[in-house]
Design a protein around this ligand. Structure first.
Ligand code: PHE
Ligand code: FE
Length: 297
């Protein structure tokens, strides 16, 4: 996930100065590996025809269907050959500058713990399933790998401008919850969707959310919710185009401009939007009504 908050001020005991820790693969229990296998099988079953081809290809070339939690060293060896990326373990969320520095140097930081068997469908912090199954397959794709490294450099720059909240929306609506158009159909690629059993159906099939063509400035104006399925998804035309527009745009003037423009709510539709589907927002409204009814007692 995008790191907006963090738990520690300095690397905790046992972590290196760059905050990495050993994955300690040998320490996983049978139950841990079994949890991975359950999550993996559930997802691969429903992803063909839903997930971006680049994501499915990544699962194949990285041999992720091998049973058990992947060994980061083995993964890194394969990734290094393909796109120069590595996967390194960290103890939970790390400070923003540390996170960006790793990305800029093609090191993807992943949590090494796995959720408990009673948390298959939902958990607050990213675990190894979200981080590795969700994020790593696309790092085998050259354009997406370049995008993530560029994002790390852009993150360091956004910190200097004090505009990280704007840039974080780009990460959220692409890396975590992005959709892509492939062969005339919508596909999911965001890690938050592909690693979620419920949202990988909802994001494509549910009539509730809006689906809008990707526009850099539009995305950076849009708030997001972290507590439930998204109310809007943005659709990129290709990873190459996402890479091109983000690398070719100087964000500094954009950040200045955005300081003086109002934010959009997740369910707002803007005049300039390329609307793909206008959602009913029925899912979000039912949730909000349920919450109100519950608090009214
Ligand atoms: N071009 C951006 C800037 O000027 C950096 C960036 C690249 C951000 C790719 C995100 C993704 O800050
Ligand atoms: Fe994530």
């Amino acid at each position: 996930m995008a790191c907006e908050s963090h738990v520690y001020e300095s690397p905790p005991e046992g972590a290196a100065v760059d905050w990495t820790i050993p994955q300690d693969w040998a320490a996983y229990s049978q139950e841990d590996h079994h949890t991975w296998d359950l999550l993996f099988e559930r997802q691969v079953e429903q992803l063909p025809g839903r997930a971006s081809q680049a994501f499915l290809d990544g699962i194949d070339v990285l041999s992720l269907s091998k049973p058990g939690i992947p060994d980061f060293e083995e993964l890194s060896e394969k990734l290094m050959e393909l796109t120069g990326w590595q996967v390194v373990a960290v103890p939970g969320l790390v400070p923003d500058d540390v996170f960006f520095d790793h990305l800029a140097n093609r090191r993807f930081v992943a949590g090494n713990f796995i959720r408990r068997p009673d948390q298959l469908d939902y958990l607050q912090e990213p675990d190894v399933f979200h981080d590795v199954f969700g994020h790593v397959p696309l790092l085998a794709n050259p354009a997406f790998g370049d995008y993530m490294a560029a994002y790390g450099r852009g993150g360091l720059r956004a910190l200097e401008f004090g505009s990280l909240n704007k840039l974080a929306r780009l990460y959220w609506y692409t890396v975590e919850f992005g959709l892509i158009e492939e062969e005339g159909a919508l596909r999911i690629f965001g890690a938050g969707i592909v690693s979620s059993h419920g949202e990988s159906i909802f994001a494509l099939d549910d009539p509730s959310p809006n689906r809008i063509g990707f526009d850099l400035k539009r995305v950076m104006r849009t708030n997001y919710r972290i507590d439930d399925f998204q109310q809007v998804y943005f659709v990129i035309p290709s990873f190459e185009e996402l890479l091109r527009v983000t690398v070719e745009t100087d964000f500094a003037p954009l950040y200045r401009e955005l300081e003086n423009s109002s934010d959009l709510a997740p369910d707002d539709i803007d005049d300039d939007d390329t609307v793909i589907t206008i959602g009913t927002q029925a899912y979000a409204e039912a949730k909000a009504n349920g919450a109100r009814a519950a608090s009214a007692g």
